[in-house]
Write a protein that binds this ligand. Structure first.
Ligand code: ATP
Ligand code: MG
Length: 410
């Protein structure tokens, strides 16, 4: 098959510079796979016969960053575009199931492609055409994730590949080849040797992939290795959970909230997996409130807006609706109430109604100037006034509120 890939001119330039200095060079890995699939690659990686010091020398007129010199990687910047250029590599022996003990350079592209994880990721391309030594093109056509070589060996070299297979199958909507799949189940405990950061980075991509539900259903045993608390869920519970995750917009916080719904120790799990603080904080807030009732009245909705803010409340509606739909047999009344409350929330925001201290017509300074209060009491008084405004008992106008606070004067 004749394959032609349109590369950005900066990438072509980098390949040309390496060639004109007497080195071989190809684009390689994810960018070749994505380009063949008709998607726009997020980054363009280059593999070359040039050694790191030779790469730096070839690009002496450009900015270079010594990104991973130990592994042979130099980042080259052309027209603000960053490209990782890596020397053809053979990985040495793997004694810890995660990283090669040594990295050897080679001048053969075939050796470099052989160390890569899956056939669809082991493709290289330049103006002379495609290098496909392991049937990667065929597997792209068949939408198949298959290890390069013997899956047992490959997973023992680097256990993370087990989770990478699931991630690619989820993101690309590919199937996992039968033998590779079988070995994934058998070797899943190798994931115990992998750092939480590497696991979580692949797991987040898996969860956000289009095909996450099919993969998570089929590989629950693998996910259990790094989230043991899901072991207690039976197949039906797990399925219901995953169904609920499919009902929210594709957002990690929403999906994690549903994944960990009714599971103990969420915060510890998220922290152990080294999620960032924003993710942990938001998932915790949503999980704490997911079973709380949000009555569909203007006053109640404004109290919620004051309590957790618009963005969080919006997310809370999303997860609550998903829970009702999948765990509460689509309870019609419950759903109608949630939709009504959501409308009220949007109305309150659109009409710039007052529901927070920020939008209250008076602030602490006004109270102090009027000689009303100091310190803690000040906050309490403002909260009381805000609640009266939310309840519609006071109009949110400075003169009205200033008049009212005289009531607090000792
Ligand atoms: P993405 O679009 O997510 O970046 P990618 O295929 O580029 O997908 P990367 O993690 O960026 O994935 O890795 C780049 C390439 O390096 C892969 O395509 C693969 O050839 C190789 N590779 C990466 N990680 C491994 C690994 N753990 N074992 C073997 N080869 C790997
Ligand atoms: Mg990549």
């Amino acid at each position: 098959m004749n394959i032609e890939i349109n590369m950005p001119c900066e990438v072509e330039k980098a390949l040309n510079i390496l060639n004109s200095n007497g080195f071989e060079a190809y684009i390689v890995g994810g960018c070749v796979r994505d380009a063949i699939l008709g998607a726009v690659p997020s980054d363009w990686d280059i593999t070359t016969s040039a050694k790191p010091d030779e790469i730096i020398n070839c690009f002496k007129d450009y900015r270079t960053i010594e990104t991973g010199l130990k592994h042979g990687t130099v980042t080259v910047v052309i027209n603000h575009m960053h490209m990782e250029i890596t020397t053809y590599r053979i990985d040495g022996k793997y004694s810890d199931n995660r990283r090669p003990d040594t990295v050897l350079y080679t001048d053969k592209i075939s050796m470099d492609l052989k160390r890569r994880d899956f056939t669809v990721n082991a493709l290289a391309y330049n103006c002379d055409g495609i290098v496909d030594l392991f049937g990667g093109i065929n597997d792209i056509e068949k939408k198949t994730i298959k290890c390069v070589g013997d899956p047992d060996e490959r997973f023992n070299e680097d256990g993370l590949r087990i989770l990478r297979a699931l991630r690619f199958a989820s993101v690309l909507c590919f199937n996992i080849e039968e033998n590779t799949s079988k070995r994934i189940h058998e070797n899943k405990n190798l994931l115990n040797n992998i750092s939480c950061e590497r696991i979580n980075s692949e797991f987040c991509k898996l969860v956000l992939g289009k095909n996450f539900n099919k993969i998570m259903l089929e590989y629950k045993d693998v996910i259990e290795v790094f989230i043991p608390s899901i072991k207690k869920l039976n197949k039906e519970d797990w399925k219901q959970k995953i169904n609920s995750m499919a009902m929210v917009p594709n957002d990690l916080i929403l999906k994690f909230t549903l994944l960990f719904y009714k599971i103990d120790d969420i915060e510890n799990i998220l922290t152990r997996l080294k999620n960032d603080n924003v993710t942990i904080k938001n998932v915790r807030l949503l999980t704490l409130n997911i079973d709380e009732e949000v009555l569909p009245t203007p006053i109640n909705v404004k109290r919620w807006l004051n309590k957790i803010g618009y963005d969080n409340l919006n997310q809370l509606f999303n997860v609550k609706k998903a829970v009702v739909k999948s765990f509460d047999k689509s309870n019609e009344t419950e759903l109608e109430n949630l939709e009504k409350a959501e409308l009220l929330m949007n109305e309150a925001v659109k009409q710039r109604q007052c529901f927070s201290l920020k939008t209250l017509a008076i602030n602490g300074k006004d109270l102090l100037e009027a000689g009303i209060a100091e310190g803690e009491q000040l906050g309490e008084i403002l909260d009381e006034i805000l609640d009266k405004v939310i309840e519609g008992k006071l109009e949110n106008q400075k003169s009205v509120l200033m008049d009212y606070i005289k009531f607090y004067r000792k």
